[in-house]
Design a protein around this ligand. Structure first.
Ligand code: NAP
Length: 282
């Protein structure tokens, strides 16, 4: 079974659009997401454009603030402080990566936790690990939604996550643990990686290397979630971390790239913006 994140995200966005349409009458306005883009990296520009398009579909107000690469950290922090203080702003997202002279850590920590729609703020991360109310990071949240939609039972399953970044690997592992899977986190120092991954009933791959996971690394009938977004060095086309053509026949469930996890990430960003907005209405 191929799980289409494109299809599921379209359905979820249309459900959200119906929900948001009732907000002006109920709350006097719609949720407002502000995205800050520093520089003109084509990948970042395309992600920011995707976020603006999704906001339009869902009916969320979207403001994109574009700043040149040369902006100083202080100037960026001032913009964030202004947005934190602005009651009409519900979500603030700074598109990563930032230029080297700006500390991503300081910038993320400067965003008000209640407006941190990416779920990257240290207090949101801590709340996630302590099972307290928090904003869940978008990509891991989207992966769990995809698994649930595909009817994948996670409880008691052996899950292996390759990758331990703060953005994907670690929070995915935590969310799988919350679903009562038994989770192994593999990384670049893992010995005999194929032996570890072959044992996985659920394999989540978040490395950032084109077609890294080959058929011999996957057990028969495994559920394979490919988070990677890479360029195929041979064709120049988008591809995942999994050699899709080779692995698909072995997997019981698999996500394609593009059209798998990626659309779910943006969809969950919309959901997080609505959640942050609704928390303020209480
Ligand atoms: P990252 O911060 O670079 O982390 C990569 C992880 O992969 C690290 O933990 C690293 O291990 C591990 N790794 C690297 N080489 C390995 C190897 N040979 N064997 C085993 N593990 C290895 O990347 P990220 O931010 O997590 O992103 C991962 C991928 O997901 C990228 O392709 C990114 O573009 C994509 N992504 C997609 C979405 C989406 O919405 N679809 C969202 C976010 C990211 P160490 O910790 O030991 O270095």
């Amino acid at each position: 079974m191929i799980i289409s994140g494109k299809e599921l995200s379209a359905q979820l966005k249309s459900d959200m659009a119906r929900q948001v349409a009732a907000f002006p009458e109920k709350y006097g306005r719609v949720p407002h997401l502000v995205v800050i883009l520093v520089g003109e990296d084509p990948g970042s520009v395309s992600y920011v454009t995707g976020k603006a398009k999704a906001s339009e579909v869902v009916g969320i107000r979207n403001t994109t603030i574009r700043k040149p690469e040369e902006i100083t950290e202080e100037e960026l922090l001032e913009i964030i402080a202004r947005l934190n203080a602005d009651d009409s702003v519900d979500g603030i997202l700074v598109q990563l990566p930032l230029p080297r002279h700006i500390s991503e850590e300081r910038v993320i920590a400067a965003i008000d936790k209640s407006k941190d729609v990416d779920g990257f703020h240290p207090l949101n991360v801590a709340a996630l690990w302590q099972k307290q109310e928090c904003v869940l990071p978008c990509t891991p949240k989207g992966i769990i939604k995809l698994l649930k939609r595909a009817g994948v039972e996670m409880e008691g399953k052996r899950a292996v996550v390759i990758g331990r970044s703060n953005i994907v690997g670690l929070p995915v592992a935590k969310l799988l643990l919350n679903e009562n899977a038994t989770v192994t986190i593999a990384h670049s120092r893992t010995k005999n990686l194929a032996e570890v991954t072959r044992e996985a009933e659920i394999l989540v791959v978040a490395i950032g290397r084109p077609k890294f996971v080959t058929a011999d690394m996957v057990g028969e009938g495994a559920v394979v979630i490919d988070v990677g977004v890479n360029r195929d060095p041979e064709t120049g086309k988008l591809c995942g971390d999994v050699d899709y053509a080779a692995v698909e026949p072995k997997a019981s469930v698999i996500t394609p790239v593009p059209g798998g996890v990626g659309p779910m990430t943006i969809c969950c960003l919309m959901e997080n913006t609505i959640e942050c907005f609704l928390r303020k209405q209480k």
